[in-house]
Design a protein around this ligand. Structure first.
Ligand code: GUN
Ligand code: ZN
Length: 454
C-alpha cells in the first residue's frame, strides 16, 4: 500500500513507534531467526485501519512529513493482536469450577450455566463482558462457541459487530445425550445454522462456524446434516472438540462402533477440511494426524484447559511429524485464563513434560500468525504486512516489578519473550488497537492504600 496517495491524505495516517515484532513463518522447534522481523526502534504506519508500512524508524521517519504526529511507545513491544482459536463465551462464569474431569464437569457446571443463554438479555450482558475481557488480554480475534440457543449467537455477533471485531462463532449443535433444556433436533439445528449463516457469515468482519459440540452429543444424522451445510458453504468454518479425554473416547467408541477412530466420525461426514478447527486432539493416532495435516484441518492446543480438567498432554512433535497444523487456545471455561500469555506459559510447561520444548518465538508465532493460518486468515490478520488489518497490541515488558527486573536481566529477544510469557498476563497488555483505533487502554494500577493500622 502506498504511503501517500491522493485518496489517503497524510492526516489519515497514524504512526506508532516502539519495538516491533512480526512473524513471517513458523520458527519451528528451534526458533529459526528467519521466521520473523524485529525492529528494536521500529515504526508501524497505518492508513485507514490497515497496515501501510513497517520497518526501522530511522529509514521510515525520513519519508514522513515533519508535522506527522507519532505515538511513541518507547520500549514497549508492538505485536499483532493475539488470536485465540478455541474459546466458549457462555463459559465465562464457569472458569475455576473444579474437582471434575470433562464429562462430569460438563454435567455439573457447564450445562446448567449454558442454560441461561436462552435469555437474550443474559447472553448480551455476558457477550459484552467477554469481549471486554478478550481486549483487555490483547486478544483481537477468536473462534468462539456460543450455546445451542440462537439468542446466544445473535447476542455475540451483535456485540462483536458494534466493535468491528474479526470474530468467528456459531450455534452449538447437540441433539442427544444432553439435558432436555440444551437439546436441539437434527432438523431444528440444520434450519437455525442455515439461517444464521445467511444472516451473519461475511457481515463486517464476522464469520460463521458450524459447531457440533462433540460426537457424543450429536446423532450421526445431525453430523451428516452439518457436513451437507459445510459442502454448500465452503467459506464457512467448522468447530468442534476431538480426542480430549479417555472416558470421552471410550464413549465415542460405543456410540460409533463402525468408525475407524474418533476423527473418522467427523471425517466420514465431510467435516474434516480446511477451515475446520478441532479443540484438543490429544489422543490421535498417526493416521489421524496425517489425515488432519493432509486435509488442512487444524488443532487448537489448549494447555491450560488440558491441565485444569486433567485431560492429558498434547504433543507438538507428533503434530509436526505428521504435518498437522495447530495453534494455541485458551478454551475458557475449561481453561482457567483469558490471557494468551498465561496460556503460552502453560503450553511451555506441557511441552517440557513431553520432553518437547517449545521456543518462546514459536509460542508467540502460534498465538499470532500461526492462529491466523489455521483460520485461513493470514492475509488479513496476525502479521504486520502492507494491506493487513491493523489489529495490534502494545505490550509492557515492565508491567510488574518482577517482570521489569527479569526483562532487564535478559538480553536476547528470545529471552525477553520467554520472560514475558512466563511472568506476563493482562497487566502486560498496555493497549489494544482494532483497525488502528485504540480500543483498550490499561488503567494504571491503583496506588497502594496507606496502612493506617497502628
Ligand atoms: N467437549 C464437549 N464440550 C466441551 C466443552 O464445553 N469444553 C471442553 N473442554 N470440552 C468439551
Ligand atoms: Zn472447548
Amino acid at each position: 500500500m502506498a504511503l501517500h496517495t491522493d485518496a489517503a491524505p497524510v492526516s489519515s495516517l497514524s504512526v506508532h513507534r516502539g519495538r516491533v515484532l512480526t512473524f513471517t513463518a513458523d520458527p519451528g522447534a528451534h526458533g529459526s531467526p528467519d521466521s520473523y522481523e524485529y525492529f528494536e526502534d521500529g515504526l508501524l504506519i497505518i492508513a485507514d485501519g490497515r497496515i501501510a508500512e513497517v520497518g526501522p524508524a530511522g529509514a521510515l521517519l525520513a519519508k514522513l512529513p515533519r508535522d506527522q504526529p507519532i505515538t511513541n511507545h518507547g520500549k514497549r513491544l508492538l505485536l499483532p493482536g493475539f488470536i485465540d482459536t478455541h474459546i466458549h463465551y457462555p463459559q465465562t462464569d464457569v472458569i475455576a469450577s473444579g474437582g471434575e474431569q470433562l464429562l462430569d464437569w460438563l454435567e455439573r457446571y457447564t450445562f446448567p450455566e449454558e442454560r441461561k443463554f436462552a435469555n437474550a438479555a443474559h447472553a448480551a450482558e455476558v457477550a459484552e463482558f467477554f469481549l471486554d475481557e478478550l481486549l483487555r488480554n490483547g486478544t483481537t480475534t477468536a473462534m468462539v462457541f456460543c450455546t445451542v440457543h440462537r439468542a446466544s449467537v445473535e447476542a455475540f455477533f451483535k456485540s462483536a459487530a458494534r466493535r468491528d471485531l474479526r470474530m468467528v462463532a456459531g450455534k452449538v449443535l447437540m441433539d442427544r445425550n444432553s439435558p432436555d433444556y440444551l437439546r436441539d433436533t437434527a432438523s431444528g439445528g440444520n434450519r437455525d445454522t442455515r439461517e444464521l449463516i445467511e444472516r451473519w457469515h461475511g457481515q463486517l468482519r464476522l464469520s460463521y462456524a458450524i459447531t457440533p459440540r462433540f460426537a457424543p452429543t450429536s446423532t450421526d444424522i445431525q453430523l451428516e446434516s452439518a457436513g451437507r451445510i459445510a459442502r454448500e458453504y465452503p467459506s464457512v468454518y467448522i468447530h468442534s472438540h476431538l480426542a480430549e479425554n479417555q472416558a470421552e473416547i471410550e464413549w465415542v467408541k460405543e456410540l460409533y462402533p463402525t468408525a475407524r477412530s474418533y476423527l473418522d466420525v467427523y471425517d466420514r461426514q465431510g467435516l474434516v477440511r480446511e477451515r475446520a478447527i478441532y479443540a484438543h486432539c490429544i489422543y490421535l493416532d498417526d493416521e489421524d494426524r496425517a489425515r488432519m495435516g493432509q486435509s488442512g484441518a487444524a488443532a487448537a492446543f489448549c494447555p491450560s484447559s488440558n491441565l485444569y480438567l486433567g485431560s492429558g498432554l498434547f504433543s507438538i512433535s507428533a503434530a509436526d511429524q505428521a504435518g498437522m497444523r495447530f495453534s494455541i487456545a485458551t478454551d475458557v471455561g475449561g481453561g482457567s485464563s483469558f490471557s494468551m500469555l498465561r496460556t503460552m506459559s502453560d503450553a511451555y510447561k506441557v511441552c517440557q513434560l513431553n520432553r518437547d520444548p517449545v521456543s518462546s518465538l514459536r509460542a508467540f508465532y502460534l498465538s499470532t500468525l500461526g492462529g491466523a493460518r489455521c483460520l485461513g486468515l493470514e492475509h488479513r490478520i496476525g502479521r504486520f504486512t502492507p494491506g493487513a488489518e491493523a489489529d495490534f497490541i502494545v505490550l509492557d515488558l515492565e508491567a510488574t516489578p518482577l517482570l521489569a527486573r527479569r526483562t532487564a536481566s535478559s538480553s536476547t529477544l528470545q529471552e525477553k519473550l520467554l520472560v514475558l510469557m512466563t511472568l506476563g498476563d493482562d497487566r502486560a497488555i498496555e493497549s489494544t488497537y482494532i483497525l488502528g483505533k485504540l480500543t483498550h487502554k490499561r488503567v494504571a494500577p491503583r496506588e497502594a492504600m496507606p496502612d493506617n493500622r497502628s
